[in-house]
Design a binder for this molecule. Structure first.
Ligand code: IVH
Length: 685
């Protein structure tokens, strides 16, 4: 390859790589594999090594080009970088419109452009003849810092503008040699969380939020570090006059030139439209992959915008509605300890509830004892809490000047708050663990059981959600389910307005529970669904009417194994289990808590001897055609009979549907009568 061939090939490779960068980072639609892309880039790198005279600033190999800097140079903004006036509510929007209409002395209708206010850092990027030339931070608006090297590492900022594309749209050549684009550099929430994980692993300070992480990444003297941080960019201004008539067109031009634009941004024909936009985005806020701190309304007509000029540092033609802050101060009422899936103990601060970003926050993680010591936090302290996106709220700092002297120091417990086993803290390790390997698993399974079909039967509350609620520290036992609020659910990932409403509704619906169901739901060993019903029947027969949980506690706690054995229906194993369960303080606490959280006993008629299937024991097997097995079981119980899962000598009937299996064979072996569905239907008619 001779020199001119190399030059040609370099040009072609650059064009091709720009195009793939654009497809990947702007369009989100790559057309070749990463490996193929890397291969093209390697070829370009090699050619540039042999012919360094052909290296240009906009070459894709130059994204992470230069050596680390000593310091950043100053950059003077040709046109000052302004900021926006904040608007508090819809009324202030109306006032703003009235004001600007008066100013331009025109009552004509005018429209707006609505866009997201990205929570990142404002930057200016200068292109010379379509090529990335310089980039700078906002600084004080007049003097910023030259961060060219770092901005070039951001893949969604084109190194070369697609000038030809814009010329095509405009139908004329572009004469302007310099084009300045302004916009916001930000970091995705996911990238932020991953970065913080890595910071922790390296024993380096975690960033407080994505914005700080983006700022820290942009201010790196070594562009290699910036490149590793996966920053992103959305443009919102073109400072050069290119014939853009509206602000909407500014956004369109940016796309034409090769930038990515936020798809949520929209044209608004009036302020009402903008107010709806604001409402919609506020709801969407938590679900967005990046943080926004508000929305921006801009007078769409650029000429009008210019005419309106500015007051101080703010243009008159645009305003920002800032969403409620994600930081606030509150008091720590208590510090509790939550046991995680691996048995790890996590201290959690119980807060005086406060609203953060439209969601009520009542707890914040304290991570571990080290974190408590680092913050110096005590029970009763006033603290700054922060909610960053979907992550569990965290405590940022303690306002020690506000102490009263009544604050209490927190110590990690020596016994596990869930199962009472010893807590272990290995030397040199940060975390504390419950020594009982089954601890959390046991609790988890107890809660799964508690909400299951024969028990409280709570719709929309399956194992996955329970795990999430446990993980978020919103529930610590079965009773906590009844204290969940919609706001709390909204703090949990995957919950939206509707799903939160649905779950709250299902929980409300089951607060009234029959005694048999309550007994079964407690997961007492050897007290299955059947035994629970038998117990209920026995208690009712003895004319004892149990009307509330307090009476449940009194009645069951007063019974000994002998007492139960006298009530012949339950065997000695169940009796012992029952007595043992009701002798434990934590179980009584659980029942008391259920009562406190509104669980009441539903009056139910006991089965009487006169019923058709009284005393008969059924086992069901196979599929029934006229009803489900659960329905059949309910019918049997309703008529005084009982059902069990395995065939034994005491079984009276095996009700066999189609595809019945081993239970059928067992019945044959034990000489137990097998009846068909038809026979059963006749029996209960
Ligand atoms: S317009 C004339 N649009 O918010 C000022 N700003 O308080 C031009 N920001 O410094 C700003 N997203 O850092 C505008 N879509 C957006 C924005 C946005 C974020 C930031 C920007 C600016 C601050 C204004």
């Amino acid at each position: 390859m001779n020199k001119s061939e190399a030059k040609k090939r370099i040009e072609q490779l650059k064009e091709e790589l720009w195009r793939h960068d654009y497809l990947y980072y702007v369009k989100d639609a790559p057309s070749i594999s990463d490996a193929a892309y890397d291969s093209l880039k390697r070829e370009l790198l090699n050619l540039e090594k042999n012919y360094p005279e052909f290296i240009t600033l906009d070459s894709p190999t130059q994204r992470v080009g230069g050596r680390p800097l000593e310091k950043f140079e100053k950059f003077i903004h040709r046109i000052p970088m302004l900021s926006l006036q904040d608007i508090k509510d819809d009324k202030e929007f109306d006032d703003w419109e009235v004001r600007i209409k008066k100013l331009i002395n025109r009552q004509t209708k005018f429209d707006y452009f609505a866009e997201l206010k990205m929570d990142g850092l404002a930057v200016a990027i200068i292109y010379k003849d379509g090529t990335f030339f310089k980039g700078a931070t906002r600084g004080d608006g007049v003097i910023g810092e030259d961060i060219t090297q770092n901005l070039k590492t951001i893949k969604s900022i084109p190194l070369k503008l697609n000038i030809a594309n814009l010329e095509k749209r405009l139908g004329r050549k572009i004469k302007e040699a310099t084009i300045e684009v302004r916009g916001e550099v930000f970091m995705d929430k996911k990238v932020f969380l991953k970065l913080n994980e890595e910071q922790k692993k390296r024993n380096e300070q975690a960033f407080a939020n994505p914005r700080n992480a983006a700022a820290g990444s942009l201010r790196q003297l070594d562009p290699k570090i910036t490149a590793s941080r996966q920053l992103d960019f959305y443009g919102y201004q073109i400072m050069t006059e290119l014939g853009q008539i509206t602000h909407q067109e500014v956004h369109q031009f940016l796309v034409v030139l090769g930038f990515r634009d936020n798809t949520h941004n929209q044209f608004c024909e009036n302020l009402d439209c903008f107010k709806n936009f604001k409402k919609k985005i506020e709801h969407l806020r938590n679900k967005l992959p990046y943080e926004i701190d508000g929305v921006v309304a801009t007078v769409n007509d650029n000429k009008l915008f210019q005419e309106l000029g500015s007051v101080g540092k703010n243009p008159r033609g645009a305003v920002a509605y800032k969403f409620p802050g994600l930081e606030a101060t509150t008091k720590i009422k208590d510090i509790i300890v939550q046991v995680g899936r691996t048995g790890r103990l996590t201290p959690v601060a119980i807060l005086e509830p406060i609203v953060l970003g439209g969601v009520t926050i009542s707890r914040a993680t304290l991570h571990n004892q080290d974190e408590i010591e680092r913050l110096g936090v005590k029970i009763g302290d006033t603290v700054v809490v922060q909610r960053a996106g979907d992550v569990i709220p965290a405590i940022l700092s303690v306002l020690k000047n506000l102490r009263t002297g009544h604050e209490k120091t927190f110590k990690m417990p020596i016994k596990c708050p869930v199962c009472g086993s010893k807590v272990i803290h290995r030397q040199g390790e940060v975390d504390y663990y419950c020594s009982n390997e089954n601890c959390y698993q046991t609790l988890r399974r107890q809660i799964y059981h508690f909400v299951s079909k024969g028990a409280f039967d709570i719709e929309h509350l399956g194992p996955k959600i329970i795990d999430q609620l446990l993980g978020a520290g919103l529930i610590h036992d079965q009773a906590d389910i009844f204290a969940l609020s919609k706001d709390q659910l909204m703090e949990v990932e995957r919950f939206a307005d509707k799903s939160a409403d649905n779950l709250i509704k299902s929980i409300e619906q089951v607060k009234e529970v029959t005694l048999a169901r309550l007994l079964y739901s407690l997961g007492i060993r050897h007290i299955g669904e059947e035994t629970a019903i038998l117990l209920f029947n026995k208690i009712s027969e003895s004319d004892k009417i149990i009307k509330n949980i307090n009476q449940v506690i009194n009645f069951f706690s007063s019974k000994s194994v002998d007492d139960w054995e006298r009530i012949s229906t339950i065997g000695p194993v169940s009796a012992r289990s029952l007595v043992e369960w009701f002798s434990k303080k934590e179980n009584i606490n659980l029942l008391n808590k259920l009562e406190r959280f509104g669980v009441v006993i539903k009056p139910e008629k006991p089965s009487t001897v006169r019923q058709k299937l009284a005393g008969l024991k059924f086992v069901l097997t196979g599929t029934l055609s006229s009803m489900t097995r659960d329905e059949a079981k309910a019918k049997i119980r309703g008529l005084g009979g009982s059902t069990s899962e395995s065939v034994g000598k005491k079984t009276d009937f095996v009700l066999a549907g189609t595809d019945s299996g081993s239970k059928y064979d067992q019945a044959r072996r034990l000489n137990v009568k097998v009846i068909s569905e038809q026979e059963f239907l006749r029996m209960i008619k």
